[in-house]
Design a protein around this ligand. Structure first.
Ligand code: ADP
Ligand code: ZN
Length: 433
């Protein structure tokens, strides 16, 4: 078993919890230096010194994305401006982006978490790492970059897009590990086929997927197509970025690096803690950040935390399931709640289905109508009407079983839908609110 920081990674539960409490106290004291938390503590008569256990944390209010927006640009800063060495901003998938600051200590710790995560997946210094996530304010680029360098891999900071070149680089530089969004990986797998190439032409050994929700069926499809194992990497800008939770080689959930983050799962409707193993909204408190501590930050991501803490890999950090979607991703169609990832799961299990799809919602005569545009697998596309009609029926049937809704299916030729080169945009909701 390989570890990056063995002492930390093999801590017992009681050691983890003791460290968490110690760091929580420091974090609260630091947070009180920021204008936002100073005011919040004052308004709610909170004295950080009254927090005696990690459970006491539940007495503190949540911090929401909107608080970050309203405090733009510096309301959460807890150190002097000249101690800050970098800022990042979230992609703004769901509105105005938010800004996160880092001191040199923060960047160093984040880098360590990423390095630790890469080692968990089995990467090593002999690997060649092609980082296919965009660089810049988005944390998927620089975040993984520094962690991979610290591990000693050769890093190719190519960023997203330019797919032919990416594939040439796989071959020319014997890339063995890639970091990529699953939606872009689906597109890359198509282009590899179009170029008449296949897994034997490359040296790939590991894929790291992150930055967007995807289904287990998508992972299966991509693992089969690239013939390499894929590992799930979770993070969000507000919690640094990638490296918050990472899958180990057991592939049964992602270990949350609890020495750096305190994780809670709550019922998004009531804010109360979810029961053991229940699905709910993920909430994090930073435990090791100087520039911008965040307390009980509501991620809007939905997942479950596995109750058991022991893992055969030797780590006792609790594991988070795959992210099922965001609370604000959930579609309500004719009163039924649907996550795009449920639809994706059905589609990607079908061998006739290609690598791209869109979900389109319209309101016709006051009724919601859901149309799924889906590319079909090239080799199966003979254009025979009967064949296509049967396939449409099959997809409709499978979806109905899963999401309990009737859908209209439009079959598309491979490559007909715009490919994703980063975070995919797949839902087009044209209904008037
Ligand atoms: P934005 O919130 O604007 O998209 P970020 O770049 O910070 O900005 O994205 C973080 C979000 O991306 C997470 O909150 C989550 O919804 C999604 N995400 C990141 N990694 C994963 C993953 N492995 N699985 C599912 N979703 C993920
Ligand atoms: Zn494990």
């Amino acid at each position: 078993m390989k570890y990056w920081s063995e002492e930390i990674e093999t801590m017992s539960r009681s050691e983890i919890e003791a460290l968490q409490l110690k760091r929580l106290k420091t974090t609260l004291a630091r947070a009180a230096h920021s204008p936002f938390y100073r005011e919040l503590f004052r308004k709610n008569s909170i004295n950080p010194e009254d927090i005696r256990s990690t459970e006491d944390l539940t007495y503190l209010p949540f911090t929401r994305k909107n608080d970050l927006r309203l405090s733009y640009p510096r309301g959460f800063l807890a150190v002097k401006e000249d101690e800050v060495v970098r800022m990042h901003a979230s992609s703004g998938t769901t509105g105005q982006s938010t800004v996160i600051y880092h001191t040199a200590h923060d960047l160093n710790e984040w880098t360590d978490l990423v390095t630790r995560s890469l080692v968990v997946a089995g990467a090593g210094e002999k690997d060649v790492f092609q980082n296919m996530m965009s660089y810049g304010l988005f944390t998927g680029g620089l975040g993984l970059h520094y962690g991979a360098e610290r591990l000693g891999m050769m890093v190719i900071p190519i960023g997203g897009g330019n797919t032919h070149r990416q594939i040439e680089f796989f071959r020319d530089f014997k890339t063995s590990v890639i970091h990529i969004t699953p939606s872009y990986a689906l597109h890359v797998s198509d282009v590899i086929k179009d170029m008449g190439l296949g897994p034997v032409d490359f040296n790939l050994r590991l894929m790291i997927f992150g930055a967007e929700p995807y289904s287990e069926a998508t992972r299966d499809k991509l693992e089969a197509s690239f013939r390499v194992r894929a590992f799930n990497c979770y993070g969000l800008t507000e919690m640094n970025g990638p490296g918050v939770a990472f899958e180990c080689r057991q592939s049964e959930g992602m270990h949350v690096w609890e020495d750096n983050y305190l994780v809670e799962i709550i019922d998004p409707a009531t804010g109360q803690p979810a029961g053991p193993g229940e699905i709910g909204e993920v909430v994090f408190t930073t435990l090791n950040r100087e520039a911008m501590p965040l307390i009980r930050y509501r991620t809007r991501d939905l997942a479950q935390l596995f109750p058991e803490t022991e893992c055969p890999c030797g780590r006792n950090f609790r594991r988070l399931s795959r992210i099922l979607g965001r609370t604000d991703d959930m579609l309500i169609v004719r009163g039924v709640n649907v996550f795009p990832s449920q639809i994706e799961h059905v589609l990607m299990k079908l061998p006739e289905v290609g690598t791209n799809y869109q979900i389109i919602l319209n309101r016709v005569d006051n009724l919601d109508r859901m149309t799924i545009r889906v590319e079909i697998y090239g080799k199966m596309f003979h254009g025979e009407a009967r064949e296509l009609r049967l396939l449409r029926k099959k997809i409709q049937h499978e979806l109905k079983e899963q999401i309990l809704l009737s859908t209209e299916i439009e079959l598309m030729e491979p490559g007909a839908l715009p490919p994703s080169q980063g975070k995919a945009k797949r839902v087009f909701d044209n209904r008037e609110i």
